[in-house]
Ligand binder design. Structure first.
Ligand SMILES: Nc1ncnc2c1ncn2[C@@H]1O[C@H](COP(=O)(O)OP(=O)(O)O)[C@@H](O)[C@H]1O
Ligand SMILES: CC(=O)N[C@@H](CCC(=O)OP(=O)(O)O)C(=O)O
Length: 295
């Protein structure tokens, strides 16, 4: 900001007014992916932007991932981890580490940065207050050898079934910023690992959030020639998943966007979280950056 004149600073603030009014008292769910976390400075800037949202009478709810951070810890401990259908196959040893990393180090680091920036963040997982109940995920894949569809056992991986908003509404009502790790409990009391995008979609849907922003490490959904697709309809998104243009971790992201739209979230966007002030650019300027998915 140092090379901007005070008048320009005032103009920038003034131009943000209609955007701030549009989101006044609205809930915005921000999914902060493990790949988007980047270096300390980027993470601190992200935290500062979240505090700014709170300061302008928006209710931000942060859902974070931590896939790369889990991978680093599993490697350190010599535990081999594999993915199927974009989800981590999670055995008993792995779920312990997943919880330790997500609800422990990653969650508390984000909480720390938000609080350092003057916010009041509260770090929780979906297990707290029975917020998110999940059932074990069932998925099928085409066996490359036989070409026949077969069920895969992902272990302790879940799909959200029910979101209880009691605790979240209390926090939001007291101007506290919820920071949520994507873990849930099954009916039997088992801890389940939930893909963070899926978790964010379930929370955004239950809260009827005005916006769901998914922050990742690519500019948005890319086409076959790696060019950004600025806007994508649900129908075209499904086609791109079917023809393989959208693959890996982008699949749960796009499926989350579709689910959230169906649940009544007004706008869902996939953006590059490594870009400085990605959240502010998206919400407070006319320049949309990533991929907007619409009905
Ligand atoms: N069509 C596509 N457009 C953009 N990214 C894609 C696409 N298909 C697959 N991907 C992959 O999805 C990744 C984002 O998902 P993921 O690694 O799970 O991110 P995060 O940790 O932020 O949730 C990208 O880094 C990219 O490798
Ligand atoms: C079931 C499943 O795959 N869970 C994810 C949870 C973390 C996550 O989704 O993190 P990102 O958003 O950084 O990818 C995992 O274990 O990696």
């Amino acid at each position: 900001m140092t090379d901007i004149s005070p008048l320009d600073q005032a103009r920038i603030l003034s131009e943000a007014l209609p955007h701030m009014q549009q989101y006044d008292e609205e809930t915005i769910v921000i999914k902060y992916g493990g790949h988007a976390m980047g270096d300390e400075e980027t993470a601190k800037n992200f935290a500062r932007d979240i505090v700014l949202l709170e300061q302008t009478a928006i209710n931000p709810v942060v859902v974070h991932g931590g896939g790369p951070q889990i991978a680093t810890m599993l490697k350190r401990l010599g535990i081999v981890s594999e993915f199927a259908a974009g989800l981590r196959i999670t055995d008993a040893a792995t779920i312990e580490i997943v919880e330790m990393v997500l609800a422990g180090s990653v969650n508390k680091q984000i909480v720390g940065y938000i609080n350092e920036a003057g916010g009041k963040a509260v770090g929780l997982s979906g297990k707290d207050g029975n917020m998110v109940k999940a059932s074990k995920t069932t998925r099928t894949i085409i066996d490359p050898d036989s070409n026949i569809e077969k069920a895969i056992d992902l272990g302790f991986v879940g799909d959200p079934e029910k979101v209880d908003l009691t605790l979240l509404n209390q926090l939001i009502g007291y101007e506290l910023i919820p920071v949520l790790a994507p873990l849930a409990t099954s009916k039997e009391g088992q801890t389940l690992n939930i893909n963070a995008d899926t978790f964010a979609g379930a929370v955004a849907g239950a809260l009827k959030a005005k916006r769901l922003l998914l922050l990742t490490d690519v500019p948005g959904v890319l086409d076959k020639s790696k060019k950004l697709i600025p806007q994508l309809s649900v129908k075209d998104a499904r086609k791109l998943i079917a023809d393989g243009t959208i693959s890996g971790g982008m699949i749960p992201k796009v499926e989350t966007c579709i689910y959230a739209l169906e649940q009544g979230v007004e706008g869902v966007v996939i953006i590059d979280g490594k870009m400085q002030h990605a959240v502010l650019l998206e919400l407070f300027t006319n320049q949309g950056t990533g991929t907007l998915i619409h009905k």
